[in-house]
Ligand binder design. Structure first.
Ligand code: KIV
Length: 264
């Protein structure tokens, strides 16, 4: 099977083929997802909530992500591996270079950072140093205390425009992928159309260039509440492998997320 690279994802956007992504934290699930044909696996700082049982993602450390990235990398043959940079690990460009290097050495092919315009110097510096960057905008969970909770973003015209502007700024700085979280469907569409790089949505409607879900949510086993934008594929199919292939099938067919999983 051919290895998935950033060129593969870029080609998918150009051809209008949807990108499929899940979070993963260990070698066994990574292997299962890899074998079913998932394009991208994210070692997300969501591990703070779904693995470690915290209320948010803030306690996750670079060492946590590095350890789980190495586990996932051992299970994968073809999937593109993205490692999340945890809270305060990229507060300055120098912090970002040092910590991203550790995650790349652990087996990642790209790192993800949460935020908009303030990150442009960091993203430029990382890509110049050979580290591909995925931006993450919309509901950025590391800023949960700034938002006053896990709230839908981009609800006013001004807030929606600001997300489009952030996506353009990240792209200009060198980001090669964007995750867009918890925004109305129309904002998912506007952001995805504004940039040439692929936009992977989570709770951002059906018009983004791809979809990502937290694996525990899509299997209905999360210790936390089930977000409205997720779907329990294990309940639907009754089988682990079938859950993943059904998720891929529905994303590629534009059937997931449906209206019931999206924000108006
Ligand atoms: O940490 C994570 O799992 C994420 C996804 C929700 C995109 O950032």
């Amino acid at each position: 099977m051919k290895k998935v690279t950033l060129s593969t994802l870029q080609k998918k956007k150009q051809e209008g083929t949807k990108i499929t992504a899940l979070t993963a934290y260990d070698a066994s699930f990574a292997k299962l997802f890899d074998e079913q044909g998932i394009d991208t696996l994210l070692i997300g700082d969501s591990m703070g909530m779904v693995l470690q049982g915290h209320k948010d993602t803030l306690p996750v450390t670079v060492d946590d992500i590095a350890y789980h990235t190495a586990c996932v990398a051992r299970g994968c043959e073809r999937t593109l591996i993205i490692a999340d940079m945890p809270f305060m690990s990229y507060a300055t460009p120098e912090d970002a270079y040092k910590n991203a290097a550790k995650l790349m050495a652990s087996g990642a092919s790209m790192v993800k950072v949460e935020g908009g315009e303030w990150l442009t110097e960091t993203i430029f510096g990382l890509t110049q140093r050979g580290i591909p960057v995925c931006g993450h905008i919309g509901l950025t969970p590391q800023s949960v205390h700034v938002f006053g909770g896990f709230k839908i973003q981009g609800k006013t015209e001004e807030a929606a425009q600001s997300l489009v502007d952030s996506a353009l700024a990240l792209e200009k700085a060198g980001a090669q992928l964007i995750v867009l979280e918890c925004v109305p469907i129309a904002v998912g569409k506007a952001v995805s159309e504004a940039v040439a790089i692929p936009v992977i949505g989570i709770g951002a409607g059906v018009h983004t260039d791809g979809q990502i879900l937290v694996m525990h949510d899509m299997l209905g086993v999360s210790a936390n509440y089930m977000p409205k934008f997720s779907k329990n594929y294990l309940q639907q199919t009754g089988d682990l492998r079938a859950s993943v292939s059904q998720f891929i099938k529905e994303v590629e067919a534009g059937e997931f997320p449906g209206d019931e999983h999206s924000f108006k």
